[in-house]
Design a protein around this ligand. Structure first.
Ligand code: GLN
Length: 485
């Protein structure tokens, strides 16, 4: 058997059920792994050892009394540090929340706990989830477990790297423009962005509310579905959470992918992607065809506008959402002679460069005289994109593309070039703009670094996306590779 910290959730749940090991042993194995490798990876901002060990013991006691809860009972998971968890420090990777302690649980975190999961710690991220490399964290970058000189992707780089390095069996991330799928691709794990509204955002520190969505990282699509089932569903505390959000079995034959129509949007295979990425994704498409699916070339012309739309709408919402950090209510408060000065000093010192850049862009785009030219215009294009996407998805069941145009790049390589960084989000942002579900699964290596395959579904077809990914993984072994660390 693999070491405990390398098991899938399914394997661990079976082992716990059969009494092969306890949740306490599983949790200790992950904590031990964290102690031995996180000095190199820096995936974890706060380890919650004491509460994790307590939760593990409680799970073992429940099981011994015949009251085990389900597949997640006793399973050690990590949570991205932009989600509230009572008693933990929630920093969102920002200095402005230094010292802030959560007074309540995010709904997704509360639901994990209610399912018996053991929360091991809070994972590093780009500041307020703004970035694609985890380098904008005020607490220092996370490193890619496959190659410590490379970025782990972002913004949920801590969650992805912790899982890839064996510090947990699964994790929560948030995805506003790719922040679950892209780091999953870079770190060689599975990452799933649910349909907008499927998972409650209550207690997620908002970045761009119309795009943000919480979702799972796991070693397999099957495990990701187990986490999704625990956290999804309507929540009276989030008015955008959807009522039709229960996990249902997808319409597929008992085996293979016969009857499935998979579209390859030609805009996603244009110039600008690395040769190695293209080769791996084309091989993955062939594998999906071999399993019985029909591949068709399709076109989504508005995808070419996606980055422009995203990088207008997102900063507008960022500038509104982050206005709450004023030095009066939470976290950092810099002493200054007057109220205005306190705002300026606190926000100037508390926010990093990338966050300030986006607040300024958003405030400008929303200001009188520019609102119509930027924000309103972007909303109109968004509506067109959604209509075009919905029409296309009446013809096919899924879309297939790379997750990212390249594998992980060197730490520092794009840090001072925001446009180059934004361009790497080219294949992921469309999904958020239209509110669809999408998964990234490992599909091989280029230059010894993991490549991610993206599968996109129609809204609320999350189960079909994950089940297709599961069957792909049933026929391939890329998701079983672990970094030598
Ligand atoms: N990389 C994108 C950005 O910088 C996406 C971030 C995210 O999904 N949170 O905005």
């Amino acid at each position: 058997m693999e070491p405990l910290h390398q098991l899938t959730i399914r394997q661990a749940a079976d082992g716990l059920r059969d009494g092969k090991f306890t949740s306490l042993q599983l949790t200790e194995a992950c904590l031990e792994r964290m102690r031995s490798v996180d000095g190199h990876v820096h995936a974890v901002l706060e380890a919650l050892e004491a509460s994790a060990l307590e939760a593990a013991k409680a799970s073992d006691a429940r099981r011994a009394a015949g009251g085990a809860l389900g597949a997640l009972d006793g399973i050690p998971l990590m949570v991205k540090d932009n989600m509230q968890m009572k008693g933990s420090r929630t920093t969102a990777g920002s200095k402005i929340l230094e010292g802030y302690k959560s007074p309540f649980d995010a709904t997704a975190v509360a639901r994990l706990a209610a399912a018996g999961a053991v929360i091991l710690g809070k994972a590093n991220l780009d500041e307020f989830a703004m970035g694609s490399s985890t380098e904008t964290s005020a607490y220092g970058p996370t490193r890619n477990p496959w190659s410590l000189g490379k970025i782990p992707g972002g913004s949920s780089g801590g969650s992805a790297a912790a899982l890839a390095a064996g510090m947990c069996l699964g994790a929560l991330g948030s995805d506003t423009g790719g922040s679950i799928r892209q780091p999953a691709a870079m770190c060689g794990v599975t990452g799933f962005k649910p349909t907008y509204g499927r998972v409650s955002r209550y207690g997620l520190l908002s970045m761009a509310s119309s795009l943000d969505q919480i979702g799972p990282f796991a070693r397999t699509a099957e495990d990701a579905a187990l986490i999704l089932e625990a956290i999804e569903g309507e929540d009276p505390l989030d008015s955008t959470s959807a009522s039709r959000a229960r996990y249902a079995a997808p319409r597929l034959p008992s085996e293979g992918l016969k009857g499935l129509r998979v579209g390859l949007p030609k805009e996603f295979f244009a110039e600008g992607m690395d040769d190695g990425v293209r080769a791996r994704v084309e091989e993955a498409a062939k594998e999906i065809e071999r399993l019985g699916a029909e591949l068709v070339e399709v076109s989504l012309p508005s995808a070419e506008r996606a980055l422009a739309v995203y990088y207008v709408l997102m900063p507008c919402e960022v500038s509104a959402n982050l206005s709450r950090y004023d030095g009066m209510r939470f976290g950092l408060s810099v002493d200054a002679p007057g109220l205005k000065e306190t705002y300026f000093e606190t926000r100037g010192q508390g926010f990093g460069r990338e966050v300030r850049r986006r607040i300024m862009l958003g405030a400008h785009a929303l200001s009188s005289g520019y609102y119509e030219a930027y924000y309103l215009q972007a909303q109109k294009v968004r509506a067109k994109m959604k209509a075009e996407f919905d029409a296309l998805m009446r013809d096919v069941d899924l879309l297939l593309s790379p997750t990212s145009p390249s594998v992980a790049w060197d730490l520092g390589e794009k840090f001072d070039d925001p446009i180059a960084m934004y361009l790497t989000d080219i294949y992921t942002v469309t999904v958020n703009v239209v509110g669809a579900p999408a998964v990234s699964v490992p599909c091989g290596f280029a230059n010894d670094l993991p490549v991610g395959l993206q599968l996109i579904g129609k809204a609320f077809d999350d189960a079909l996306v994950l089940e297709t990914a599961r069957r792909y993984q049933g026929a391939t072994e890329w998701h079983l590779k672990r970094p030598m660390l």
